[in-house]
Design a protein around this ligand. Structure first.
Ligand SMILES: *[C@@H]1O[C@H](CO)[C@@H](O)[C@H](O)[C@H]1NC(C)=O
Ligand SMILES: *[C@@H]1O[C@H](CO)[C@@H](O)[C@H](O)[C@H]1NC(C)=O
Length: 317
């Protein structure tokens, strides 16, 4: 007897829930099946632009109807195969065009930012491409600014001593994931600027550290084996602030720990200023590459430094 009210209420809740579900579905059905639709609802729904002939041929090769080799297939009740394309992909037509402009059977373009723009706009899953993914930090490159993880780990002393580290400005967590494949545990610092980066990193099994470069790092002195940073430390940071940040990285690295400054961006006129700041902290240089960044034109005099530096094993305070 005591259990009766206990049973009745959830049942009522269930019925109410089912009723709500049915009415909301009917309402949606009514709204979307109405032949004319109210002006408000039709104007608020973006209409995808029709695919035009300006799409690259790989777009049509992927989405096009493909004849089945044995004709009509009773299981599919079709003689054609139509690979699906998520509708929001068409809402970002220019990104989609760039994404699908590549050479078949070659290396895929290095376009992870573009790929994330498409995903964040709902183009998920992305179309399949017929190219080989470049594995940044894994595949050796002819560009001296691109170091590989294996090369960096092999320079660590003692050998095999890199076990934990921080990726400062971890982006979507790919660097940390690559390090984990080599049994190095990484946390990745990130903000959610323009996207749910913390959540994305977390979903890849990497701890997202929600912190900015202006803040003292939440690690004790002499604890990390490696710190990597790409795209966050660059010439948007005033040199004095960079000096503070580099001293803090030096603090948290253990003697012999590595700081991998990956593609530090600046313009030619700033070279002396930034180089002297980086050099002044007391790291020893293991690798030091300066190169031009040419993708936006040589006249902009844009440059990169990629450096692998080490906190000295002796007398590093
Ligand atoms: C694709 O590229 C690979 C590696 O470059 C090559 O071995 C292969 O023959 C190519 N296949 C075709 C169909 O072009
Ligand atoms: C990582 O650790 C596992 C388990 O100890 C081992 O089997 C594997 O070979 C290691 N991988 C690398 C790249 O060292």
């Amino acid at each position: 007897m005591e259990t009766k009210p206990h049973h009745r209420f959830p049942l009522q809740n269930h019925l109410l829930y089912i009723l709500l579900l049915i009415t909301s579905n009917l309402l949606t059905f009514y709204l979307f099946s109405s032949p004319h639709g109210s002006p408000a609802s039709s104007s608020s729904l973006p209409v995808p632009p029709p695919p035009t002939s300006s799409f690259p041929s790989e777009y049509y090769a992927f989405t096009g109807p493909h004849k089945l080799p044995f004709g009509h297939n009773p299981n599919m009740d079709s003689s054609l195969l139509n690979p699906p394309l998520a509708q929001p992909c068409l809402l970002s037509g220019s990104f989609l065009t760039t994404f699908l402009s590549y050479n078949v059977n070659s290396s895929c373009p290095d376009d992870e930012p573009l790929l994330q723009k498409l995903l964040l706009r709902g183009c998920d899953p992305l179309p399949i491409r017929r190219c080989r993914e470049i594995k940044r930090w894994v595949t050796p490159s002819t560009n001296p600014l691109d170091f590989t993880i294996d090369e960096v780990l092999s320079l660590a002393k003692p050998h095999n001593s890199i076990r934990i580290g921080l990726d400062l400005g971890g982006g979507s967590g790919t660097f940390a994931v690559r390090m984990r494949e080599r049994n190095v545990t990484m946390v990745a610092s990130t903000l959610n600027l323009n996207g749910p980066f913390s959540n994305f990193i977390a979903s890849r099994g990497i701890i997202p550290l929600y912190t900015t470069v202006g803040k003292r790092l939440p690690f004790f002195d002499n604890t990390l084996d490696i710190v990597h940073s790409m795209h966050v430390l660059s010439n948007w940071i005033p040199t004095t602030v960079l000096h503070f940040v580099l001293f803090d990285l030096y603090r948290v690295l253990r003697p012999g720990g590595l700081f991998w400054l990956d593609h530090f961006f600046f313009v030619e006129g700033q070279m002396e200023e930034y180089v002297s700041v980086i050099e002044s902290v007391g790291f020893e240089k293991l690798k030091w590459e300066i190169g031009r960044k040419l993708d936006r034109g040589a006249e902009l005099k844009e440059m990169y430094i990629s450096a692998l530096v080490q906190k000295p094993l002796k007398n590093s305070w």
